[in-house]
Design a protein around this ligand. Structure first.
Ligand SMILES: *[C@@H]1O[C@H](CO)[C@@H](O)[C@H](O)[C@H]1NC(C)=O
Ligand SMILES: *[C@@H]1O[C@H](CO)[C@@H](O)[C@H](O)[C@H]1NC(C)=O
Ligand SMILES: *[C@@H]1O[C@H](CO)[C@@H](O)[C@H](O)[C@H]1NC(C)=O
Ligand SMILES: *[C@@H]1O[C@H](CO)[C@@H](O)[C@H](O)[C@H]1NC(C)=O
Ligand SMILES: *[C@@H]1O[C@H](CO)[C@@H](O)[C@H](O)[C@H]1NC(C)=O
Ligand SMILES: *[C@@H]1O[C@H](CO)[C@@H](O)[C@H](O)[C@H]1NC(C)=O
Ligand SMILES: *[C@@H]1O[C@H](CO)[C@@H](O)[C@H](O)[C@H]1NC(C)=O
Ligand SMILES: *[C@@H]1O[C@H](CO)[C@@H](O)[C@H](O)[C@H]1NC(C)=O
Length: 784
């Protein structure tokens, strides 16, 4: 009873207060200002009832228009239009509109939403100095935030969502010491976020979604009141932001975050909604997120989070939405998520979960992808084993643009090794051409560019091998499998379980190096996969039992069965010497290999000191470079396949050399020379003399030119094709580095030579009376 009495007393008091308000007359200037506002806004429907006789302070308020007075002045004005679709007419001036607003000097709350107001925020905004809450969403404000806004020092809520405001967020955000809500969603702001955001200690809501902000999120850890941080759809990153622990909603969706999820997140005890989807977050997924005390919405989909989940993991029973899809999770879906309740949404497709529905990838996929992005080492000690095999995994650049934060180190028991060998079958490049690199293949520019794009097409994913696999493949390093041996180690031929033949380089290490010391090189090697390189398929580390340092490294390469390019030119073996078309094809292969080497990693692999013995031919006579200038390989000896002598690849030039890239061009020139003349060069002098010979023949007639080349190709080659090859060869061998052509230039010419030759060959097959003197101009056979 007493309570009821109190309530009615209160009501009585309020009514009395209101009637006091009633009796006050609104100052004329303010009344006039309101009518002026009505006119400026082109008489919106929301203000239909406004006229000279309206008692504004006592008017009915509804959802679209409200005026609130205190004593005799207006303190709040809310006008909400119908839609944002129509703009105010041309003669609207945002400047004079704000001048009118300034005639309401005590305005504390101003809401002008969906009224079609257009223009840029005027300097006159500084007149609204009492403003505390300012909401001008869904208009058409453009331009930058004016510096004059900073004089509104009482502002605690600033909402300018859904406009077209642009430019950078000013760095004077700390002029609003009381700011609790800052919402600038759906504008065109760009630049990086100012550090001054980090000192707005009263901030509770910060919504900057759907803009073009980029760069690091400033340190927000001092914002102890921050509850909502919404950065959806910007380009922020790569580090996870530094935040206070009281967050309720954290949305980092669709940005450029590329870090791991810091473990602090699992201490956000108030966190209800976490959406980090559509980024490139890497590293282990923290299952503790599922059991955060307040969590109801968790979306981590579309990242590259790794790790195992287990059936016995626990989750918060209040969870309404869990989306784990499109990551690299392995293991079994936690039982607590597989609930019958239909009011919970659980998504987990496109992971590698065991026995789960929703379209899972096979587990090797997650394994190798995970290795590719690098995961911080997780060490476990296994005691009492006879031998430990430590394998570092890196996969060949499967995930583009990912910063390698570290590399996973799996400590694998030998017994476990079996499970690792369940990998996708190893396949080799097969051009499907019975008689070598056919001219058909060459003649099709489309095919060439396709092959180029695909790069390492046909190669199985890079992976780690278990020691057991290596031992089985080489029949326990049987001498019958030994291909070559040098002071650096051995090269074995091996056969994997699936039947494919591989070359295994075995390198003994001096004691004391951890696996870590080799990660960088192994990572490089894993990226060097290309049709025209002898590509690595994987590796295996064998470690000393006592200190876990590396005892041997095994590098597994594709096996290239047809010997070196040298063994295929006339003076070596006239019976199996390559035809002209095949020689051009080989030259193109080498050039493409060189081109790939300089683009695959920065700053590029240069000065490879290539010789004709460093090029191998596969079963389809596809040329593959087997020796390149990599630190590990230079220390450990080359990736040769036996018959080539071990050669140290110490770079002969200073890295800063301006023409560093032209050394390979010279080497390629020598190989071209050898292909054209059909013999290997014995010395530098030999090269110089032969170049002069070629040069001289180039200015002479066709017959003279033919007389200098290898007899095998003398008749088979078309003049134009031969001439192009000779020209590019001579240019490659120019004394001055800067005169040598670029690799692209060389490639273009080689492909031209191939095209010309091939079209002639085809034509000569179809019409027997065709002769090289035919008027048909080969240069016309061009690239479309
Ligand atoms: C804008 O022009 C229209 C006529 O085209 C007129 O009715 C209206 O009063 C003008 N508004 C202002 C604010 O001058
Ligand atoms: C709100 O009230 C005004 C008059 O006060 C009226 O013109 C307008 O239609 C009303 N709007 C809605 C949505 O009820
Ligand atoms: C409102 O008042 C102004 C001046 O006081 C006058 O010019 C105008 O005609 C009045 N309008 C109406 C609709 O009464
Ligand atoms: C701004 O005002 C509109 C209309 O009242 C409202 O719908 C919206 O929620 C407000 N914005 C914020 C962030 O409060
Ligand atoms: C931001 O966008 C404006 C155009 O709206 C452009 O002129 C400016 O260069 C951009 N600034 C940055 C830092 O990207
Ligand atoms: C992600 O953000 C970009 C702008 O940063 C936007 O264009 C794109 O539509 C967004 N994608 C999704 C799925 O929201
Ligand atoms: C999770 O986020 C993605 C991308 O932002 C979105 O497409 C998906 O609908 C979200 N999942 C759920 C269950 O809301
Ligand atoms: C959950 O299961 C995994 C293996 O399935 C086990 O290693 C782990 O200790 C279990 N955790 C708990 C808390 O039972």
């Amino acid at each position: 009873m007493a309570k009821q009495f109190h309530t009615s007393l209160l009501l009585l008091l309020i009514t009395a207060l209101l009637s006091i308000c009633d009796s006050e007359q609104l100052q004329f200037s303010q009344l006039d200002a309101l009518l002026r506002i009505q006119k400026d806004l082109n008489f919106p429907a929301a203000l239909n009832s406004w006229n000279n006789n309206t008692e504004f302070c006592n008017a009915d308020s509804n959802s679209s228009s409200t005026v609130v007075c205190y004593e005799d002045t207006i303190t709040q004005l809310h006008i909400i239009g119908e839609a944002r679709t129509s703009f105010l007419p041309r003669n609207f001036s945002v400047d004079s509109f704000f001048l009118t607003l300034a005639r309401l000097p005590n305005l504390k709350v101003l809401t002008l939403v969906s009224l079609g107001i257009w223009g840029s925020l005027p300097a006159k905004i500084s007149h609204l100095s009492s403003l505390e809450i300012f909401n001008m969403s869904s208009n058409c404000l453009y331009g930058a935030i004016p510096p004059e806004l900073s004089s509104l020092s009482n502002l605690h809520t600033l909402i300018l969502d859904e406009n077209m405001l642009a430019g950078q967020l000013p760095d004077w955000m700390d002029s609003f010491p009381d700011l609790t809500v800052l919402s600038l969603k759906n504008n065109k702001f760009n630049g990086s976020l100012p550090d001054s955001l980090g000192s707005l200690e009263n901030l509770r809501i910060l919504s900057l979604s759907h803009n073009h902000f980029y760069g690091m999120v400033p340190d927000l850890s001092r914002l102890e009141n921050l509850e909502v941080l919404d950065l959806d759809s910007n380009a922020l990153g790569p580090q996870f932001p530094e935040l206070g622990t009281k967050l309720v909603t954290l949305i980092l969706r669709n940005n450029s975050f590329r870090s791991g999820i810091p473990s602090e997140v699992t201490s956000y005890y108030q966190l209800e909604r976490l959406d980090i989807s559509l980024n490139t977050f890497v590293g282990p997924f923290q299952p503790a997120l599922l059991s955060l005390p307040s969590i109801t919405y968790l979306n981590i989909s579309g990242n590259i989070l790794t790790g195992m989940v287990f059936e016995n993991m626990s989750c918060n029973s209040e969870l309404e939405v869990v989306d784990l899809s499109s990551n690299l999770l392995t293991g079994k879906l936690p039982k607590c998520l597989v609930s019958k309740s239909s009011d919970r949404t659980v998504k987990y497709a496109r992971n590698c979960l065991d026995g789960a529905d929703q379209n899972q990838n096979p587990s090797p996929f997650c394994h190798t992808e995970a290795l590719a992005v690098g995961i911080l080492p997780e060490r476990k000690k296994h005691k009492g084993l006879s031998k430990l095999v430590l394998s570092i995994g890196i996969a060949g650049g499967a995930v583009g643009g990912v910063v390698l934060v570290g590399l996973i180190v799996f400590l694998v028991k030998r017994g476990n090794a079996k499970s690792q060998s369940k990998n996708p079958p190893v396949r080799f490049i097969s051009e499907n051409a019975a008689s070598g690199y056919t001219s058909k293949l060459l003649s099709s520019a489309r095919y060439i560019s396709q092959t180029m794009k695909l790069g390492a097409v046909g190669l199985p994913t890079y992976r780690t091998f278990s020691l057991e696999e290596i031992e089985t493949a080489t029949n326990y390093f049987n001498t019958a499998s030994l291909m070559s041996e040098s002071s650096h180690g051995q090269m074995y031929r091996g056969q994997l379980k699936n039947g494919s033949v591989v070359a295994i380089k075995c390198v003994k290490m001096r004691k004391g190096y951890s696996t870590q010391s080799f990660m960088q090189q192994i990572e490089l090697i894993s990226k060097l996969r290309h049709l025209h390189l002898v590509s690595a398929l994987g590796h295996c580390f064998e470690c000393h039992l006592d200190d876990s340092s590396v005892s041997r490294i095994f590098l597994v390469f594709e096996y290239v069965p047809n010997g070196t390019l040298k063994s295929w030119i006339s003076d070596e073996n006239s019976s199996k010497s390559l035809g002209w078309t095949q020689r051009i094809a080989a030259a193109i292969g080498v050039a493409k290999g060189i081109q790939f080497l300089r683009t695959v990693i920065l700053p590029g692999v240069y000065s490879n000191n290539l010789r004709i013995t460093d090029v191998l031919l596969d079963q389809n006579l596809v040329a593959k470079i087997c020796s390149y200038n990599l630190p590990l390989l230079s220390n450990l000896g080359q990736v040769g396949h036996g018959n080539s002598s071990s050669k140290s690849k110490s770079p002969k030039v200073n890295k800063s050399n301006k023409y560093e890239d032209k050394f390979d061009i010279y080497d390629l020139g020598v190989i071209l020379l050898e292909l054209i003349l059909g013999r290997t060069m014995k010395s530098k002098n030999d090269v110089d003399d032969s170049t002069k010979l070629l040069q001289a023949s180039l200015v002479a007639d066709d017959d003279a030119r033919r007389s200098v080349v290898d007899s095998v190709i003398r008749r088979a080659s078309l003049d134009q094709s031969l001439k192009t090859m000779m020209e590019v060869c001579v240019r490659c061998l120019a004394k001055e580095e800067e005169e040598r052509p670029s690799i692209e230039d060389v490639l273009w010419n080689l492909q031209f030579a191939a095209q010309v030759q091939d079209s002639w060959r085809l034509d000569s097959q179809s019409s027997s009376d065709w002769s090289p003197e035919s008027p048909s101009d080969p240069a016309r056979i061009a690239f479309h």
